[in-house]
Design a protein around this ligand. Structure first.
Ligand SMILES: NC(=O)c1ccc[n+]([C@@H]2O[C@H](COP(=O)([O-])OP(=O)(O)OC[C@H]3O[C@@H](n4cnc5c(N)ncnc54)[C@H](OP(=O)(O)O)[C@@H]3O)[C@@H](O)[C@H]2O)c1
Length: 278
């Protein structure tokens, strides 16, 4: 299923520790290997390793290593936010003076991570999204004050394995980021579901309506991805004055319409993100 634009991982020296190799951690691991990281450079801590991890262990990857941990070049934390208190003590054992800690846990702030890790640790908090599974995610990253230019580059390279990377300097923006791009794939999937239901209501057989909605959302996303023009222009390109699309857009952009609803939805998600972060 790969649609990856494979770039080498840059010069990654030393070892990388991945804590939690589920959906997101597994996608990152796959991306790093594709970009030339050697299995023997990687340690993975994962309570229930699947077939892929076991096969990688036969190629030199260290799976749930025992013994005294050595300081890693980078530790990536990809466990669920609720598993953080349990996972962080083992993360701390891999942290040396120049180790980068990159966390993708939703809602776990830099302040929270700093409390659980040795003082002076270089920390990057990032929010990816699920198209990461095909290397087409987008992550937004924010760093603490201990980060060097080298750490920043290393973080960008590690995150580029699952898609594009943006940086912000104000951590407070991460709630809006979570609401827009973190949760955003769900809004797009809902669009496909709702278009299918509306097509059925308009008289189409269910299977055909589902296929039409799915391909329309996927194809339009791909067109937007490949196109040099912005979304508004692509929308105008399918809208002739007085035509069918114009009739639909009049409803969607009317009072209480799509733009209003989506603004409210993203606001609700950002508020929830702030509540969860405490
Ligand atoms: N999925 C998304 O859309 C998305 C988007 C943005 C950010 N994120 C963030 O990415 C992180 C991972 O999400 P995910 O969807 O990949 O979750 P996931 O599939 O549940 O992966 C988490 C993995 O960590 C393992 N784990 C649990 N406790 C651990 C411990 N103490 N030490 C090491 N590994 C441990 C879990 O194993 P068990 O299954 O055995 O517990 C599981 O394999 C979350 O913090 C989430 O907030 C996810």
């Amino acid at each position: 299923m790969a649609v990856r634009n494979v770039k080498p991982l840059g010069k990654f020296r030393g070892t990388l520790v991945l804590v939690g190799s589920g959906k997101m951690g597994g996608a990152m691991l796959e991306g790093w290997l594709e970009r030339g990281l050697k299995p023997k450079q990687i340690s993975v801590i994962e309570p229930q390793p699947g077939k892929t991890l076991k096969a990688l262990a036969r190629r030199g990857l260290k799976l749930n290593p025992k013994g005294k941990p050595l300081a890693a070049s980078a530790v990536v934390i990809a466990v669920k936010p609720q598993s953080a208190p349990e996972a962080l003590p083992s993360v701390a054992t891999y942290v040396g003076r120049s180790t980068l800690v990159l966390s993708i846990m939703a809602g776990r702030t830099i302040g929270f991570l700093e409390k659980s890790l040795p003082s002076g640790t270089a920390i990057v908090r990032a929010m990816p999204n699920t198209p990461a599974a095909i290397g087409r995610g987008i992550s937004v990253a924010v760093a603490n004050a201990n980060i060097s230019a080298q750490h920043r580059k290393q973080s960008s390279n590690l995150l580029a394995a699952i898609g594009k990377v943006e940086w912000v300097t104000d951590e407070a923006l991460m709630d809006a980021v979570t609401a827009l791009s973190g949760s955003g794939p769900a809004y797009v999937f809902l669009l496909a579901e709702t278009m299918a239901s509306a097509g059925i209501a308009a008289g189409l057989p269910p299977a055909l309506a589902t296929r039409l909605a799915r391909e329309t959302v996927a194809g339009s996303g791909e067109l937007l991805h490949r196109s040099d023009v912005d979304a508004a222009t692509l929308r105008q390109n399918v809208t002739s004055p007085g035509g069918t699309t114009a009739a639909a857009l009049e409803v969607l952009l009317g009072p209480g319409g799509f733009d209003r609803l989506l603004t409210q939805a993203i606001d609700a998600a950002a508020r929830r993100s702030r509540q969860l972060a405490g």
